[in-house]
Design a binder for this molecule. Structure first.
Ligand SMILES: C[S@@+](CC[C@H](N)C(=O)[O-])C[C@H]1O[C@@H](n2cnc3c(N)ncnc32)[C@H](O)[C@@H]1O
Length: 216
């Protein structure tokens, strides 16, 4: 594992509970208010992904950087035929595996600690998702390319926008916690998708993010 990945893994293994509480609203009243007010686009990208993943029932999904499984498990609940979640952080994978067993989704869901670039897919997936992933990827082209290689229909991804007030705040806040974070312009995203081999794509601005659906 290279140095950047090792740093990411360490950071995310530490942040599991804090990260998941953005979804569960399990923080103090004030911190929940901060999330809903300043991180509303995290909830909006969840809706974007589920909408653009339709028809979900019967399709297979790879969730790259699955975190605590909020997306992967929801796809399984909505009838996906097979969902694989991968993440470099083992503590994230432990949470996903436990939740999928508790909900008896483990016949269709599996979770694996892996970096995408090292992951060997036994079969291709209809859809690959990478939500909140590219924020932490310093060299995105190999990741876009691998996503294209493992998918037969489309990729759904989110990327944090470069020209926002939040970008410098996050850069400094996460650097102090030992985590590198990266930002993207629209002009940078388009050639990356083309070079990775996607034929066409749509980019939607959602708050301080871009949400992208790229087609094979
Ligand atoms: C912000 S979390 C997003 C989790 C989830 N997708 C969500 O939106 O709820 C980013 C996750 O990406 C994982 N990650 C970062 N780089 C990765 C890589 N190269 N391969 C797999 N997972 C990675 C981190 O460990 C972390 O759990």
């Amino acid at each position: 594992m290279n140095q950047n990945l090792a740093k990411q893994k360490e950071y995310w293994d530490r942040e599991v509970g804090e990260f998941d509480s953005i979804y569960s609203h399990g923080k103090s009243k004030f911190d929940n208010w901060i999330d809903v007010t300043f991180r509303w686009d995290m909830y909006a990208r969840f809706e974007y992904t589920l909408k653009h993943a339709e028809p979900i029932a019967g399709q297979s999904f790879l969730d790259v950087g699955c975190g605590t499984g909020r997306y992967a498990l929801e796809l399984a609940r909505r009838g996906a035929s097979r969902v694989v979640g991968i993440d470099i952080a083992e503590k994230m994978i432990e949470v996903c595996s436990r939740r999928s067993r508790e909900e008896r989704l483990d016949d269709r869901c599996s979770f694996l600690q892996s970096d995408l670039l090292q992951y060997l897919a036994a079969a291709k997936f209809d859809v690959v998702i990478g939500i909140g992933l590219f924020d932490y990827i310093g060299e995105p082209l190999p990741v876009f390319t691998k996503m294209r290689q493992v998918v037969t229909d489309r990729a759904i991804i989110s990327l944090p926008r470069f020209w926002t007030w939040r970008a410098p705040v996050r850069k400094v806040r996460l650097a102090l916690r030992g985590c590198d974070v990266f930002f993207y312009t629209k002009e940078r995203i388009a050639p990356l998708l083309k070079q990775a081999g996607f034929s066409h794509y749509e980019i939607e601005q959602v708050g301080q993010l871009y949400c992208v659906t790229a087609f094979v």
